[in-house]
Design a protein around this ligand. Structure first.
Ligand code: UDP
Length: 489
C-alpha cells in the first residue's frame, strides 16, 4: 500500500455465493481490526451492496477507514448469463451455473489489471477461483486459499482421493472405512460427491483447484483448534505437509451488534426484532430452527413431508423455506390449513432468515441443517445440537464430524449425495419426526448431546477472544505475512 500507517495490504476475492461471500467478508473485517492492516475486497456491484453496510459499520466503529471495495463487472452476454445474475443464489439451472462460472473465469484480465495497480502484499482468494494463482505468481504475491469448510472435510476428501477406499466396495450402499484418519469414519459410495466417482464437468474444476492449492502460500480456515484438534494436526502433517494453515474462526462471531448478525449476506426477509419477540415468548431450548442454507432447493413433496413432521413433533419451530416464488401454489408444499393451525406455534420465513440472530436466542434448542460449513459453525458457536440432513458438496463429511466425532447431532439418515432436488431421495415424515424427537427429547443421550454442544459453544467464543486459539492464529498469520512482505521488499 505504501502508506506509513498500513504496513500490510491484504486483498480478498470471494466467490460470489452466500456461503463464500459471507465468511470472507467476516475474515476481511477481522483482518481490518488488526494494527497496520489495510484490506481490499474484490467483488461485483450487486454483491458489494450486500456487504457495504456491514463494512461501513466496521470501519466506523474501529475509526480506521481501512477497507476498500473494488468492483469488477461480470461479462454477462459474453458468458451467456442473464444480466444481473451476480450471485450463485440467483442461478436456477445447471446451464446457468456453467454460464456463471464462465463469467467468473472471464474476470481474469480485469483482476490482473487491478492487482497490478494495487499490488497488495497478500491475496486471499476463494478455492473456486484457481486462476488467481497465475496472477499472484505473475506479481510475486503470496496467495492464501479459502476453502470455506472444515479441516475434517479436507482430511476425508484427501484420504478418499489418495487411497481410493471406495474401489474396494462393490455397491453404493456398503460402508467403507476412510483410511488413516484419527477416528474410524465410515461412509458409503452413495454419499460421496459424484466428481470423485465419475467424469463430470466439475471434476476438471476440482483438478484445477487442487493444482492451484499446491502452488499457494497457505490456507485460511474458518474453524477453531478446540473443535477439531486431531484434524488440524492431520491436515498440516498429512495433507499439506506444512504448518501454513491458519484457523481464525468461527468468523461469524465477529458480528457482535444485532444488525451485523441479522444482515449477513442479504437483508433478511423478516425483521430481526419480530423474530426475537416471537422467540422470547417461548420456553428456553424449546424451538427447532429448520434451514438449509442459501442454495439447497427441495421439491414441493419433500417440503410437505417436513411440514407434516413439524406439526406432529409438537415443538415450536422456525422454518425457512427458499424460493417459494418458484414453487407453484402453496397447496403443493403445505398441508391444508397448516399455517392457520401453526399460528403461535410455528414461524415460516419465506426467504432470507437472520440465522445467526435466531440461533443465538436461548429459546432455540435444536437446528435441522444441511451441514453447509457456515451453518454448522454457526450452530456450534451458538451451542445448539443439530439434526444433520446433508445433500451435496462436502456436507456428508461435515455430518460425520458432527455425529461421529463431536457427537452433538442426530442423523436424519440421508444416504444419497445429489446436487439436484429432482434426483434426491425423499425423506419421509416418520424419519424426520424420529430424528427431531431424538434431538429435542429428554433422556441421557439427548442431555449429553446438549451438554457437549453447549461446551463447544463456550469454547468457540473463547477461541476468538483476545488470547484465544483463533485470535492467536490470526496474530501468527499477520506476523508471517508482514515478515514475508518485508523480506521481499
Ligand atoms: N444464511 C442466512 N439466512 C438464510 C440462509 C442462509 O443468514 O436464510 C446464511 C447462513 O447463516 C450461512 C450462509 O448463509 O452463513 C450459508 O452458508 P452454508 O455454508 O451454511 O451453506 P450454503 O448456503 O453455502 O450451502
Amino acid at each position: 500500500m505504501g502508506s506509513e500507517t498500513s504496513s500490510l495490504h491484504v486483498l480478498f476475492f470471494p466467490l460470489m455465493a452466500p456461503g463464500h461471500l459471507i465468511p470472507m467478508t467476516d475474515i476481511a473485517k477481522l483482518f481490518s481490526l488488526r494494527q497496520g492492516v489495510h484490506v481490499s475486497i474484490v467483488t461485483t456491484p450487486l454483491n458489494s451492496t450486500r456487504i457495504q453496510s456491514t463494512i461501513d459499520r466496521t470501519t466506523h466503529h474501529s475509526g480506521h477507514h481501512n477497507i476498500t471495495i473494488h468492483l469488477l463487472h461480470l461479462p454477462f452476454s459474453e458468458a451467456g448469463l442473464p444480466e444481473g445474475c451476480e450471485n450463485l443464489d440467483s442461478v436456477t439451472s445447471p446451464e446457468m451455473t456453467l454460464a456463471f462460472l464462465k463469467a467468473v473465469n472471464l474476470l481474469l484480465h480485469p483482476f490482473e489489471q487491478l492487482v497490478e495497480r494495487l499490488h497488495p502484499d497478500c491475496i486471499v482468494s476463494d478455492m473456486f477461483l484457481p486462476w488467481t494463482i497465475d496472477v499472484t505468481e505473475k506479481f510475486n504475491i503470496p496467495r492464501l486459499v479459502f476453502h470455506g469448510t472444515s479441516y475434517f472435510a479436507l482430511c476425508v476428501s484427501n484420504s478418499i482421493q489418495r487411497y481410493a477406499p471406495h474401489e474396494s466396495v462393490s455397491t453404493e450402499t456398503e460402508p467403507f472405512l476412510v483410511p488413516k484418519l484419527p477416528h474410524p469414519i465410515e461412509i458409503t459410495k452413495s454419499q460421496m460427491p459424484d466428481f470423485l466417482k465419475s467424469q463430470t464437468p466439475f471434476k476438471e474444476t476440482m483438478q484445477k483447484v487442487k493444482e492451484a492449492d499446491s502452488r499457494s502460500y497457505g490456507v485460511v480456515m474458518n474453524s477453531f483448534y478446540e473443535l477439531e484438534p486431531d484434524y488440524e494436526k492431520h491436515y498440516r502433517e498429512e495433507v499439506i505437509g506444512s504448518d501454513r494453515a491458519w484457523h481464525i474462526g468461527p468468523v461469524s462471531l465477529c458480528n457482535r451488534d444485532q444488525i451485523d448478525m441479522a444482515e449477513r449476506g442479504k437483508k433478511a426477509f423478516i425483521d430481526a426484532n419480530q423474530c426475537l419477540d416471537w422467540l422470547s415468548s417461548r420456553q428456553p431450548g424449546s424451538v427447532l430452527y429448520f434451514c438449509f442454507g442459501s442454495t439447497c432447493d427441495l421439491i414441493g413433496a419433500q417440503l410437505m413431508e417436513i411440514a407434516v413432521a413439524l406439526e406432529a413433533s409438537g415443538h415450536p419451530f422456525i422454518w425457512v423455506v427458499r424460493n417459494t416464488d418458484r414453487m407453484g401454489s402453496e397447496e403443493e408444499w403445505m398441508p391444508d390449513g397448516f399455517e392457520e393451525r401453526m399460528k403461535g406455534k410455528g414461524l415460516i420465513i419465506r426467504g432470507w432468515a437472520p440465522q445467526v440472530v435466531i440461533l443465538n436466542h436461548p429459546a432455540v434448542g435444536g437446528f435441522v441443517t444441511h451441514c453447509g460449513w457456515n451453518s454448522v459453525l454457526e450452530g456450534v458457536s451458538a451451542g445448539v445440537p443439530m439434526v444433520t440432513w446433508p445433500m451435496f458438496a462436502e456436507q456428508f463429511y461435515n455430518e460425520k464430524l458432527i455425529t461421529r466425532v463431536l457427537r452433538t447431532g442426530v442423523e436424519v439418515g440421508t444416504k444419497v449425495w445429489a446436487r439436484s432436488k429432482e434426483t434426491r431421495p425423499m425423506m419421509k415424515r416418520e424419519v424426520i419426526e424420529r430424528a427431531v424427537a431424538q434431538l429435542m427429547g429428554g433422556g441421557d443421550d439427548a442431555d449429553e448431546r446438549r451438554r457437549r454442544a453447549r461446551e463447544l459453544g463456550e469454547k468457540a467464543k473463547k477461541a476468538v477472544e483476545n488470547g484465544g486459539s483463533s485470535y492467536m492464529d490470526l496474530d501468527r498469520l499477520i506476523e508471517d505475512l508482514k515478515l514475508y512482505s518485508h523480506q521481499g521488499k
